[in-house]
Design a protein around this ligand. Structure first.
Ligand code: ADP
Length: 362
């Protein structure tokens, strides 16, 4: 029976290439039908290996992968019904755009008439109708990647895998392609598993993001949760900007903890990954959660000295020396430009303890 919540399922999957080191460790991951899920993480964290196992080019050392409830270890790649867009999986250079798109359909013995229909539809989806006769070298980089996306979708696959598909494109094109792929996904609802090391790309495109480090999923969440509620120091550091304070838990209740910083000063934090008094911790606070001239009810209020001021168009980035952290970043919206934001000035800074997450020390 089809299970929509576990359309793709990694069940206790390990992978070792050399029989010694596990580059993927006990991976348990369910992907829902129609979901856009991104595997995000630094280079070497095991993302591509996971995608290769799902595609069928690598075999799990332990565990099993299921597609629509069926184990797929013994099914060869071309019979898995999976479309692929890989950076190194380029278009066939000696074939026209039409022939490139027709290829996966011919392999599947689709009739000529049906091929024409499907190629038309796929090209219009990526806004390249009329480009059928072009050769790949007559297309720009962005157009080539759009043809590659169309080729991955043309045979109505159950799942599409994309591994850094925009890696070779310049920044502007890359961003517009992110929206384009996102909109294609929204309009056809195919399940997409996407790999990138670019957090902005992952946040823009995904329904959920699996953050990888060292062969393990550190957190699996929607983009907003990942940013607002990182579960450990790795995720807090890897996603977005992050102010940190190291210290030790001095007092503990259910919703709050007191953290004694190395400087001796105490701050109030939200106990996420600490259990008891004496635990070492790194407290993580997003720059936009700290404000100048704190409101009365804020339970953290401290003085900081301005070390650097950088104008960024929509906001000003202020670097402070605050509680022993000389790299404390504050983002001040430029709609509230202030006269007192000058290097050397002291200002009052505050934040709510709820936003200061006491996480694991690294
Ligand atoms: P990512 O996609 O996150 O950059 P990979 O899955 O490519 O990570 O790699 C994970 C680890 O496995 C790395 O240490 C890498 O060197 C190793 N690795 C990847 N592919 C192979 C391979 N074919 N043979 C041996 N080691 C590999």
């Amino acid at each position: 029976m089809s299970n929509k919540q576990q359309f793709v399922r990694f069940d206790k999957v390990d992978k070792s290439y050399d029989g010694k080191i596990l580059v993927v460790k006990d991976l348990n991951l369910d992907i829902a039908e129609g979901e856009f899920i991104t595997m995000l993480g630094p280079s070497g964290s095991g993302k591509t290996t996971c995608l290769m196992m799902l595609a069928g080019f690598e075999t799990p050392t332990n565990g099993e992968i299921f597609l629509d409830s069926n184990p797929i270890s013994n099914i060869p790649p071309h019979k898995r019904g999976i479309g692929m867009v890989f950076q190194n999986y380029a278009l066939f250079p000696h074939m026209t755009v039409y022939e490139n798109l027709a290829f996966p359909l011919k392999v599947r013995k689709v009739s000529k008439e049906e091929i024409n229909k499907k190629v038309d539809k796929a090209l219009s989806m990526v806004s390249l109708s009329g480009f059928e006769k072009r050769m790949p070298n007559q297309l720009s980089g962005g157009q080539q990647q759009r043809v590659a996306v169309a080729r991955a979708l043309v045979f109505d696959p159950q799942v599409v895998l994309m591994d850094e598909p925009l890696g070779a494109l310049d920044k502007n094109l890359r961003e517009s392609m992110q929206y384009e792929i996102k909109h294609i996904h929204e309009s056809i609802g195919v399940t997409v598993v996407y790999v990138t090391h670019d957090q902005g790309e992952a946040l823009t495109m995904s329904n959920r993001i699996a953050v990888f480090n060292d062969g393990k999923v550190q957190q699996l969440s929607s983009p907003d949760k990942l940013y607002e509620e990182p579960v450990n120091s790795f995720v807090a550091e890897f996603i977005g900007e992050n102010n940190t304070f190291s210290g030790e838990v001095a007092d503990m209740s259910k919703e709050k903890c007191k953290v004694k910083l190395n400087s001796g000063i105490e701050i109030i934090a939200n106990p996420i990954k600490v259990k008891s008094k004496g635990d070492k911790t790194i407290v993580s606070l997003r720059p936009e959660r700290a404000i100048i001239d704190p409101e009365n009810q804020m339970d953290n209020k401290h003085k900081g000295k301005i070390e650097e001021v950088i104008y960024h168009g929509d906001h000003t980035r202020v670097r402070l020396d605050l509680l022993g952290n000389k790299e404390f970043i504050l983002k001040v919206p430029n709609s509230s430009a202030r006269m007192d934001i000058k290097v050397g000035n002291e200002i009052n800074i505050g934040w709510n303890s709820h936003d200061a997450r006491a996480l694991d020390p690294k």
